[in-house]
Design a protein around this ligand. Structure first.
Ligand code: KIV
Length: 255
């Protein structure tokens, strides 16, 4: 299937089987996740925090993204999206050039944050045949301006703001939208009225057309910061600590 056919197929999942998406940043993790049957992998700019050790996503550069998109694409996952990092899509021309570079590195689609003000950029990228996913609600690239990670969609004004942003993105050609930290009732309300799938993170269970999780939150491999909405299904940090303690004992001849 081509990237456009995959985007169309995901779009058609609206209202059907829930979409199960995860982030991935390296070859072995991507290969495992894909073998497990995950629908879509995202090389998110959460890379900055959970892999590169930055305090937030505003430090992520296009070179970082290209390096990790290339690694993940070598695992040949079913579907691969790459995030456009901050300040690499300030104009439609820049957005298209960045999207082209991510595609050359192996991404099949790109994701960008924001609503109405991003519509022209989405149009420029989709007109060139590159599928785009939107991202609304809490926008991590704006965490410094917003003074932290806050829940969205609590007031009628906030709901309207997200709805208008979503419609502008859909009119510009996105095939799905990530909803981040939108309160569950609003996520559900908007999901019911929009024509493209919504993929939620921090929006509660089954209020969107699918879910995405940061893989380190799911696997418990980044124990120093765990978002309140994370639902770990493993304790890789604990397993690593135990294995390394046994290794040290063995090497030092303690056992
Ligand atoms: O960067 C990322 O991992 C993301 C997900 C939170 C959706 O954008």
């Amino acid at each position: 299937m081509t990237a456009l056919q995959k985007a169309t197929s995901l779009r058609q999942q609206k209202g059907g089987r829930q979409i199960a998406a995860l982030t991935a940043y390296d070859y072995p993790t991507a290969r495992l996740l894909d073998e497990c049957g995950v629908d879509v992998l995202l090389v998110g700019d959460s890379l900055g925090m959970v892999v590169l050790g930055f305090p937030d996503t505003t430090h992520v550069t296009l070179d970082h993204m290209l390096h990790h998109v290339a690694a993940v694409s070598r695992a040949k996952p079913k579907a691969l999206i790459g995030d456009l990092p901050i300040h690499t899509y300030d104009t439609p021309a820049q957005a298209l050039e960045t999207a082209r570079q991510l595609v050359a590195a192996g991404a099949e689609a790109v994701k960008l944050e924001g609503g109405i003000r991003q519509a022209e950029k989405v149009q420029a990228i989709t007109a060139a045949g590159i599928p785009v996913i939107g991202h609304l609600g809490m926008l991590p690239q704006r965490v410094l301006e917003e003074g932290g990670y806050h829940k969205k969609g609590k007031t009628p004004e906030q709901i309207e703001f997200i709805r208008e942003g979503a419609q502008a993105l859909i009119d510009a050609g996105v095939y799905a939208i990530v909803f981040e930290s939108i309160i569950p009732e609003t996520a559900r309300l908007l999901t019911e009225s929009l024509t493209v799938p919504t993929i939620g993170i921090g929006c509660g269970n089954h209020h969107c057309d699918g879910e995405i999780a940061v893989v380190t939150d799911l696997l418990g491999s980044y124990p120093w910061f765990v978002p309140p909405f994370a639902k770990p299904e493993a304790d890789i940090a604990g397993t690593t600590r135990e294995a390394v303690a046994r290794y040290i004992s063995r090497v030092r001849g303690d056992r």
